[in-house]
Design a protein around this ligand. Structure first.
Ligand code: IMP
Length: 427
């Protein structure tokens, strides 16, 4: 048992991290979002009602949990306040939420630039969520970003915004858009800062104190490691690092506090947006999985691309994020398929490889190599004990463990919290 647990998406996002985070949040004192912004969509079922959270940590439904939006995030204050408003309207008013003063602020020009950059790419769009995530991170690294704490200091914010607009307005105009008006943005964002002021603080100080006091901390990943800016399928990635390795930098906590990592993977693979996907399926089996798994984007509603489980991808993620355990999600979706495949390696230009090549050009050329397993026909959605699963379903899980050298600690057989087979207590 450990006091900290990092939940990591082990594929291209949408693995069902919301359910797993929600599950472990029950035993946590603190839930932390450490990267990304409102490009994520976590669906949480609470009191029989469905909530789609975008940037707020999943512990918000429990009044005893301290929720932290850490410095590695990009936060859109307008949509954050809308998200809070939706929660208030649903009667969720008793919560603890802290926002890092060092988190990057998503500004109106970021969404404008996100759309414009995509349009410039001709046929090679990334398929971003157009929420301004990439441009906000770009500004952070170009050192013209506005941070959440900046909004709380009138003079300082004026200086920062002037510097940012000096650059951004040139870009906007060059791309055929209207420049942004300083006064409009300044007044709007000062007011937003005032609304959020009670929640904005140095969350690194807060988190270190909580960890040192022995509190149990859950780090909630957004997106998946294959969308990592460093280790994902670049450039078809998001602009942050959803790995466990990024947690210390993204939160201001020492690496020694990060000791337990749960990788969350679907029993198959999905991807939204563009980019290579070696195990993608295009036939009626994709349709079968898409419909049974309700594979449509939470944020954008786009149908997700669907394919077989890819052990090369899972091993890439295990290596980079140091996975201790796997949660195998949407396992029930595979019921009814006569044969199920798992990708065990790739063939690149006639040669066998067992790693993810770094360029898209190469990844587009790989052919997936598969093993084929017998499927099972039984409905498994009400099974609570591993032993009751059909023999072929157990054989599938055993194969995943063998291929990834990682213990499958959790198997999810349906969307509800009860539809979860726990094989090992880890947090
Ligand atoms: P961005 O994060 O909006 O810049 O989008 C970059 C890529 O990441 C696109 O392919 C998006 O579809 C993908 N992406 C971003 N957030 C998520 C997510 O939460 N789940 C799945 N894909 C995502």
């Amino acid at each position: 048992m450990s006091n900290t647990l990092v939940v990591v998406g082990a594929q291209w996002g949408d693995e069902g991290k919301g359910k797993i985070t929600d599950f472990y949040a029950g035993g946590a004192d603190v839930v932390v979002r450490h990267q990304g912004g409102n490009n994520a969509g976590h669906t949480i079922v609470f009191d029989g009602k469905k909530f789609a959270l975008q940037s707020i940590p999943s512990g918000v439904f429990n009044p005893h949990i301290i929720n932290v939006m850490a410095n590695g995030m990009v936060i859109n204050p307008v949509s954050l306040l809308e998200e809070l408003d939706r929660l208030h309207k649903a009667g969720i008013t008793d919560y603890k939420l802290y926002i890092s003063d060092r988190a990057a602020c998503v500004m109106p020009y970021h969404a404008m630039l996100d759309g414009a950059y995509e349009a410039l790419k001709g046929g090679r769009q990334i398929g971003t969520t157009k929420k301004g995530i990439g441009p906000a991170y770009t500004d952070k690294y170009s050192r013209v970003g506005i941070r959440m704490g900046d909004l709380l200091d009138k003079e300082y914010f004026a200086e920062r915004l002037k510097d940012a607009l000096a650059q951004k307005n040139i870009e906007l105009q060059a791309l055929g858009m209207e420049p942004c008006d300083f006064d409009t943005i300044y007044n709007q964002y000062l007011a937003l800062g005032e609304q959020l002021r009670p929640m904005i603080c140095d969350t690194s100080v807060l988190l270190n104190r909580l960890v040192e006091d022995g509190k149990k901390v859950l780090f909630e990943g957004a997106q998946g490691v294959m969308l990592c800016i460093d280790h994902g399928t670049y450039p078809f990635v998001t602009s942050s690092s959803p790995t466990a390795a990024s947690v210390p930098v993204n939160t201001g906590l020492a690496p020694r506090y990060v000791d337990n990592v749960m990788g969350v993977a679907k029993a198959y693979t999905t991807r939204v947006g563009e980019g290579p996907f070696p195990t993608e399926l295009f036939d009626e089996r994709a349709e079968y999985i898409r419909e049974r798994g309700h594979e449509y984007g939470t944020v954008t509603g786009r149908p997700r691309r669907v394919g077989w489980l890819d052990a090369v991808v899972l091993n890439h993620v295990r290596r980079i994020s140091g996975l201790n355990y796997l949660s195998l999600m949407l396992f029930d979706v595979l019921s009814g398929l006569e044969k199920i495949r798992i990708c065990t390696g790739y063939k690149l230009d006639g040669k066998h490889i067992d790693y993810v090549p770094s360029t898209i050009a190469q990844l587009e050329r790989v052919e997936a190599e598969y093993i084929e397993l017998d499927g099972w026909m039984e409905d498994i959605t009400s099974i609570k004990n591993y032993d009751e699963l059909p023999a072929n379903a157990k054989a599938y899980i055993a194969k995943v463990e063998e291929l990834t050298r990682t213990e499958v600690a959790v198997v999810s057989v349906g969307p509800d919290r009860e539809q979860t087979i726990i094989r090992k207590d880890i947090f």
